[in-house]
Design a protein around this ligand. Structure first.
Ligand code: SF4
Length: 178
């Protein structure tokens, strides 16, 4: 298996750093749940077939055929990250019989991340006493984002888009048009 850097770009989050996209020359979809099992801090989206890991500040997402990463120090750092990921993939392949694949979606979506993007009106129209309570239920999938009608007001357009992007990336259901 080869992993080759295809693009190196300035990092959007930190102009001092870079981001990269690398191609994996085979489909590793079936390895993702094994990586999810051995990387306890990974965020795994089974339906979206992505696995995101944070390694010191670097944010790395592994797809079936590619890797994208941000907040990378430089190209040397990028190559080291690729080497590390490659070793993990090879390890999973070689030890498939010993590792129990983990298909669970493991999200690190924080309540406060959601709360910050809600209208924070505490209007109770969603049936909860506060936006914070709603955030917790949303994360636990006891509430749906559609229960908060306020977020669809034009004044929240920007926050709504960000919130829906975060929810979608973590595997939650969001309306297809928002
Ligand atoms: S409807 Fe929305 S704004 Fe109102 S309390 Fe619930 S989450 Fe907060």
């Amino acid at each position: 298996m080869n992993i080759t850097i295809e693009k190196v770009l300035p990092c959007l989050a930190d102009p001092e750093k870079i981001r990269f996209v690398a191609k994996i020359d085979e489909d590793i979809s079936e390895i993702l749940p094994y990586l999810n099992a051995i990387l306890p801090k990974a965020i795994y989206n089974y339906n979206g077939k992505t696995l995101t890991i944070t390694v010191e500040e670097r944010i790395i997402t592994i797809y079936p055929n590619k890797i994208s990463a941000g907040k990378i120090n430089d190209e040397k750092d990028a190559n080291e990250i690729i080497k590390w990921i490659k070793e993990k993939i090879e390890y999973c392949k070689e030890n498939k019989g010993k590792i129990i694949p983990d298909y669970r979606r493991r999200d690190k979506l924080e309540v406060l991340h959601v709360y910050k993007l809600l209208p924070k009106k505490n209007c109770k129209k969603c049936g909860e006493n506060s936006c914070l309570a709603f955030s917790m239920k949303l994360i636990n999938e006891e509430k749906n984002i559609l229960d908060c009608k306020e977020i669809f007001l034009p004044e929240y357009d920007e926050k709504r888009k960000l919130l829906f992007d975060i929810l979608k990336a973590s595997g939650y259901k969001v309306p297809s048009v928002y």
